[in-house]
Design a binder for this molecule. Structure first.
Ligand code: ADP
Ligand code: MG
Length: 679
């Protein structure tokens, strides 16, 4: 028997079984060996029959004292009933449709049964238990494999057992250092114990190794696929002498611990010759902008220019206003560039960017247009990264010579997942809000309480506050039973006679949206009825209440983002989630929102509610399918694997050495044709 043999070499596998196995992607013995259990049954504890409990799977050993082969009253199906006894009691064992078993059991012989006892007319019964006379086969922790039609658990276990002699052929593909540093067991030990663990501890060691391997292969593949690793040493190293202390001191507040840590990580990157590629992830309001400012200050003091790109005009404008004020104090000129500028103004700005008079350029996509040239661009920052494609990030990057890159996002994805989603980026997390923030009071309510809710909104408006109202639809729909933005806007215009209500939605032209947002920002609009276009970044400190209509149609992460639009000023703020219908998940989401304001916790819960597959649908992100790892659960292993991947690639960027040959093969196998790996 060899690893690359077809499964038909196995006893009991003919064309039919082979076809069924093929459905599980198992063609060779190696495929079979890499086909891991989804669960285990612990059959080590044999218990006395007298100790059986309803619904608790158990192994018993007993003597068959009575055999009754009934004819079913309604048909010709035969039922086999056994009475099984030991010293402590007896239990009925039942097999339906059991003609084939009629002569299997011998009276007064002992058998071992495994099954889940159920109560039937006051007696405990085991229905269709597994059974054997063979003490050895019944012992231990048994694997439970995912199956497909035409293959039984018993067959799968037998085949797996029959190829266990091949485990030793699994070669070690990692260096001794990596194995030792991560305390990995050997590949053959891992295989042996993932299929047939002798004890829990060994199973865990096995699983760790296999998950580690898979994630290491994934990470190495991803890293290697990116240009940045290859010419990683050609980055710009900012001057160590260019301190940022004076800038930090000029901020109106001390940095939070999380901000300071994040700044340290960035500075370290910036001073090294490796190109920085870092994602700053921080909940809404966590103060990412200040961190970006400090990085930009470092660039400018080192003799370079910096660029900050935001996804919408209003957001870019907001950043520009803030940065201009902060950098003026330090004699650093900030410029603004957007698509809607007057031509003369734009020409002047472009000139100043090119000559280097403008040290910091803030703008929209206008920044990546071909007419924009920098004098010496050393740092590129994109805000709300998830709104940009990788292509746009790269275009901005190409405005300089291997500039350092910082991307910021508030989309709360658990830390390490971001690494996968954003591929090659290092991640810094700001997991702490500035002190003194008031929690946003969040309440879910049924549609019948809508009136009361808008009464409350009106009170807030009367006090001079502003409000957001969010709906899932732009206009009425025949297919979806939800309130549309148009309908709600009409209603509220009549209702709030003394206040100005406006509608904004994603199908509008950008210029129109920008102008409405600007009006809201400046307080000319009191109530903004919107589809999710307002989800990102906008900062209107005077807005104190947000109402989400048909909140059952939004995911947790989205709801959290929406809620982040309020509570940005000194006013006590409120979030109302109107939940229509009885969906359990929606109710659960509502509950989580009411009880937590922690974006990372909410993101984790979001993952759990949706299941990692749904967001992660690896395919959607261009990642290969994983066999044993669960990106949502194996975060720590992923971290370790990532670190080792880096080490490997630093020493052997193109994986050309003999030592890395097997690793390379695995990468090619994992990624297959789906991702062009330039190895
Ligand atoms: P976001 O991470 O959502 O982009 P911002 O950078 O817009 O957050 O910051 C949100 C608000 O918090 C701003 O008004 C900013 O001035 C303030 N802020 C940032 N850092 C601190 C801090 N360390 N202490 C107090 N306020 C801070
Ligand atoms: Mg921001």
């Amino acid at each position: 028997m060899k690893l690359h043999d077809k499964v038909t070499e196995l006893k009991g596998v003919g064309p039919k079984k082979a076809e069924a196995l093929e459905k599980l992607n198992i063609r060779t013995l190696e495929d079979l060996m890499q086909f891991f259990p989804r669960d285990y049954e612990d059959r080590r504890n044999r218990i006395n029959i007298g100790a059986l409990k309803e619904d608790q799977p158990a192994v018993i050993k007993g003597k068959v004292v009575l055999i009754v082969g009934d004819r079913h009253r309604y048909g010709r199906k035969q039922i086999l009933r056994l009475l099984v006894s030991d010293d402590t009691g007896s239990c009925e064992v039942v097999f339906f449709n059991a003609k084939y078993l009629m002569s299997t059991f011998k009276k007064d012989s002992e058998y071992i049964f495994y099954g889940k006892p159920q109560m039937n007319f006051g007696k405990l019964q085991m229905i269709h238990p597994e059974f054997t006379k063979d003490e050895k086969a019944a012992e231990g922790i048994l694997p439970v494999y995912p199956l497909t039609k035409g293959i039984t658990q018993k067959e799968m276990r037998e085949w797996q057992r029959s190829i266990s002699c091949l485990y030793d052929e699994a070669d070690e593909f990692l260096s001794e250092e990596i194995v030792e540093r991560n305390r990995l067991c050997s590949p053959s030990y891992a295989l042996k114990n993932i299929h047939f663990p002798k004890e829990k501890q060994k199973l865990l060691e096995a699983k760790y190794r296999l998950v580690f391997d898979e994630l290491l292969v994934l990470q190495t593949g991803l890293f290697a696929a990116r240009e940045n690793i290859k010419n990683g040493e050609n980055g710009i190293a900012f001057s160590k002498g260019a301190g940022v202390g004076e800038y930090i001191d000029s901020l109106p507040y001390p940095l939070t611990g999380a901000q300071a840590r994040c700044v340290d990580e960035i500075i370290e990157d910036l001073e090294s010759t490796r190109v920085m590629n870092r994602l700053v992830q921080g909940d809404v309001g966590s103060g990412k902008t200040a961190v970006a400012e400090i990085a930009m200050y470092k660039a400018v003091r080192s003799g370079y220019q910096a660029a900050l790109m935001a996804p919408t005009e209003i957001l870019a404008r907001q950043h520009y206003d803030g940065l201009k004020k902060s950098f003026e104090k330090h004699g650093i000129e900030v410029g603004f560039l957007s698509g809607s500028m007057k031509a003369s103004e734009k020409r002047e700005t472009l000139e100043k960017i090119k000559s280097g008079v403008i040290r910091i350029a803030v703008g929209t996509h206008a920044l990546i247009q071909p007419d924009v040239e920098f004098d010496k661009l050393g740092l590129v920052i994109t805000d709300e990264q998830h709104r940009f494609g990788v292509g746009q990030r790269i275009r901005l990057k190409e405005k300089g010579q291997n500039p350092n890159i910082l991307v910021m996002t508030a989309t709360p994805i658990p830390r390490t997942l971001a690494v996968i989603l954003y591929g090659d980026l290092d991640v810094s997390v700001i997991d702490e809000l500035p002190p003194g923030r008031q929690a946003i009071k969040t309440k879910t309510l049924p549609p019948v309480n809508r009136d009361k809710c808008y009464d409350f909104v009106e009170k807030q408006l009367d006090e001079g506050r502003q409000a957001y109202v969010v709906t899932p639809l732009i206009e009425d729909s025949d297919v979806m039973d939800a309130r549309s933005a148009e309908q709600v806007a009409e209603e509220l215009k009549t209702r709030f006679k003394n206040h100005k209500t406006a509608l904004i939605h994603g199908a509008m032209k950008q210029a129109e949206k920008d102008s409405i947002m600007a009006d809201f920002y400046e307080g000319n609009i009191d109530v903004l009825v919107a589809t999710v276009v307002i989800e990102v970044g906008i900062n209107v400190p005077n807005a104190s209440v947000i109402v989400v209509e048909n909140a059952e149609r939004f995911g947790l992460a989205q709801l959290h983002q929406l809620r982040g639009r309020v509570g940005r000023g000194k006013h006590k703020s409120y979030c109302f989630l109107i939940l229509d219908g009885k969906s359990e998940i929606a109710a659960k989401r509502g509950e989580i929102m009411q009880n937590s304001s922690d974006g990372f916790y909410i993101a984790e819960e979001d993952l759990k509610l949706r299941g990692p597959g749904e967001i992660f649908g690896t395919r959607q992100h261009g990642l290969p399918d994983l066999n044993i790892s669960d990106l949502a659960r194996h975060l720590q292993v992923l971290d370790n694997a990532k670190r080792e991947a880096r080490t490997i690639l630093t020493e052997d960027p193109e994986l050309k050495s003999n030592e890395n040959m097997l690793l390379r093969q695995r990468i090619v196998k994992l990624f297959g044709e789906e991702m062009s790996l330039d190895l």
